[in-house]
Design a protein around this ligand. Sequence first.
Ligand SMILES: *Cc1c(COP(=O)(O)O)cnc(C)c1O
Length: 400
Amino acid sequence: MVPFRGSFTQQEAIPDAAIAAAVEVMRSGRLHRYNAAEGEESIVSRLERDFADYQGAKYCLACASGGYAMSLALRAAGVGPGEPVLTNGFTLAPVPGAIASVGAKPLLVEITDDLVIDFNDLQNKIASSGAKVLLLSNMRGHLCDMDALVAMLNAAGVMLLEDCAHTMGARWNGRLSGAFGRAACFSTQTYKHINSGEGGLLTADDDVFMARAIVLSGSYMLYERHGAAPPKAAFDGIRLETPNMSGRMDNLRAAILLPQLAELDRYVGRWKERYDLIAKRLAAIPGVALPQRPSAERYVGSSIQFRLPWADADAARAFVAANKALGVELKWFGDSNPVAFTSNHHSWTYIEPQVLEQTDRVLAGLFDMRIPLTFTLDDCEHIAQIIAYTLAQLSLDGAA
Ligand SMILES: *Cc1c(COP(=O)(O)O)cnc(C)c1O
């Protein structure tokens, strides 16, 4: 088998139009979002307007990171110390981290074989904890039945905050991910769907919620210079009582993001071609289980997940190692040691330990692979062949 030589962490170059816009910002010397010339709208403010338009949201705030956007959302929603906040048992470390940052307690909900939140466990934990907020993590881009979820949460009086780090551009029944809850949080970190190195976007429709988030983000009372913000009156009641926790976005990042946002739907299409090709090949391999993707879901295939439900820890390690030897970088979520971006709830020792038998069973056989857009369809074909080859070798070894 010919090894694969591509890099799983190599994103595409920043588009020329974005580079030109960034150079212009640097020439101007006006990098701070509030450092606009008289009568000029800052580039951050323009990005906020464009992203609010894209999402069909009334308001948008650009900030320092996706994790920061989540902590702002929780604080602006009034979540306080000691309060339970529901979230998926399978997510990335910044999600429980954001909950911890407001002093609240992550209450982890089981996931299903299809990698989405388990509605039965969610219902039980709402009842037993009295939690009033769900920070839903659309982990690795998998959307649960959003209509059913919203109906359940409305009936229970639980507020929905959406973590859309992996679902920017995704849809459920035609409606964009991020349009279902009180607020949605996005990341523009390098490995997400538009790339400014670091960055976050928070969208919402509620006046007071967004006024709080803007002041929290460090607006220095310059909130009237925001392009997608509630009217001035919304700030009157909260401007003095809301602390400044600086985490603004700067014009340089916004300049890099604006041209990429205009291309987002095209990126989504290119990811779909790559994802669907690999998924089709993997689905044909005996012993490989792919999460079901309902027809209501328009996913963004920036990464792919599959399970080997039969694999024990030794087999999982051998499988990852065999792929690595042939240049294919897989992550295994069942490892007891967190590796790079991949950690599971057992390694978040700052939260109360929680028993998640179903989630642990799923994670024990769960593998994950990034699909950067620098990969061609031939690359995807090659990668799928290597995975199939290593699995065949593994079962030969097992049989021997
Ligand atoms: C990347 C990510 C975030 C936020 O990331 P930042 O690095 O803080 O921008 C949030 N949730 C998930 C699931 C993520 O993968």
